[in-house]
Design a protein around this ligand. Structure first.
Ligand code: SF4
Length: 359
């Protein structure tokens, strides 16, 4: 952070530095007055053309006259200086981020990627899965339900679902119409009902009603792909996994960690940049950043803590004030998505999301 590119707006007013050479020959008292005159560029030019003594006299005269006119002139000067300061600040902000790493070596990429992850870990020290769950079965079902909707909406819906169908056996034997009614708020509720009932039947028939803790078994279940499997493995079983969801895909491409578009290839490419033990937390950091700051349509670049490391800086809003207004969830002053967040989140000042129907 805080890195600046070349030409970071270090402006110097060179003409003002030439004048003191002439001023040195003038008397001390007059020099003070001449210095006052020096602030007005037109007067300075006139003075510079004349000899030192003429310059001193002229300066003294003009300084007296100028004092009468100083008020508006001073105001204008202050306004000009403020505008100049703001422009310099804006320029500095514009050039702050890194240039797209066209010929970045693998080692440099690994360093930058890990640094981004470290910075994000500081911004989101409590990053966690944003789906409420109490056991692997609940997390598996909640992950399937989270397609095409927010985790918040899922969290507001699953308490009713799990109260009525607490086990895979219960959900496998459920009346689809009743499940549809519960799942209606999550959208695509008929397809999701089919999925969760089919998945529960698979758990009962193939795994004795237990969620398996191995990737190869999880992906055997109906409707479970690698993304869902890694969410469950990483968060319910503590086995490292990279979750390549829509946020993850977008952000790693913006950061030029990989140019791959296929989720499995992205997973492999990004996995190669980090030790395995970092994978689960890395996934949380990236997804959290995508949800809160680096949005799909309007990333809040002006409020982004990793802007100096991001080749895509400027793809979104760069004005800090406007960017702040784009922040979502607790970064924008709203609670996170979990109704039952982990203690670390609450300890850091996070607030639980409201249940369904709450204002
Ligand atoms: S918000 Fe802007 S600067 Fe930050 S990661 Fe996204 S594109 Fe890069």
């Amino acid at each position: 952070m805080g890195e600046q590119g070349p030409g970071s707006g270090d402006e110097r007013v060179k003409p003002a530095q030439k004048v003191p050479a002439k001023k040195a020959s003038a008397k001390k008292t007059s020099a003070k007055k001449a210095a006052a005159v020096k602030k007005a560029p037109t007067r300075k030019a006139t003075t510079a053309k004349a000899g030192p003594e003429t310059a001193t006299k002229a300066a003294a005269k003009k300084a007296t006259k100028a004092s009468a006119k100083t008020a508006p002139a001073a105001k204008a000067a202050v306004a000009k200086a403020t505008a100049k300061k703001a422009a310099a600040k804006a320029t500095a902000a514009k050039i702050m981020p890194a240039e797209p790493p066209r010929a970045e070596s693998h080692t440099a990429l690994v360093r930058r990627a890990r640094r981004i992850n470290r910075e994000l870990a500081e911004v989101y020290p409590y990053a966690h899965p944003e789906l409420d769950f109490e056991n692997p079965f609940q997390l598996l079902i909640a992950t399937v339900l989270s397609a095409q909707t927010t985790d918040l909406r899922v969290n507001q819906t699953t308490p009713g679902l799990f109260a009525k169908y607490p086990t895979p056996e219960d959900l496998a034997a459920a009346n689809p119409e009743e499940v549809e009614e519960i799942l209606r708020p999550t959208g695509f509720f008929r397809a999701k009902t089919k999925s969760v009932i089919g998945l529960s039947k698979g758990l009962v028939e193939q795994f004795g009603g237990e969620v398996p803790g191995r990737l190869e078994d999880l992906v055997e279940l109906p409707g479970v792909g690698r993304k869902t499997a890694f969410v469950v493995l990483g968060n319910a079983f503590g086995r490292p996994g990279i979750t390549v969801d829509t946020h993850f895909q977008r952000l790693v491409r913006r950061w030029k960690w990989t140019a791959e578009t296929d989720p499995d290839k992205i997973e492999a490419a990004v996995g190669a940049l980090f030790p395995k033990s970092d994978w689960t937390d890395l996934s949380h950091h990236v997804v959290w950043h995508g949800r809160r700051i680096c949005h799909a349509r309007k990333p809040a670049c002006g409020a982004c803590p990793i802007a100096p490391l991001c080749p895509a800086y400027g793809e979104g809003e760069t004005d800090p004030e406007k960017a702040k207004k784009l922040l979502k969830y607790e970064k924008g002053g709203f609670p996170g998505q979990r109704l039952k967040p982990p203690q670390a989140y609450l300890d850091a000042g996070g607030r639980p999301a409201p249940p369904l129907g709450a204002a």
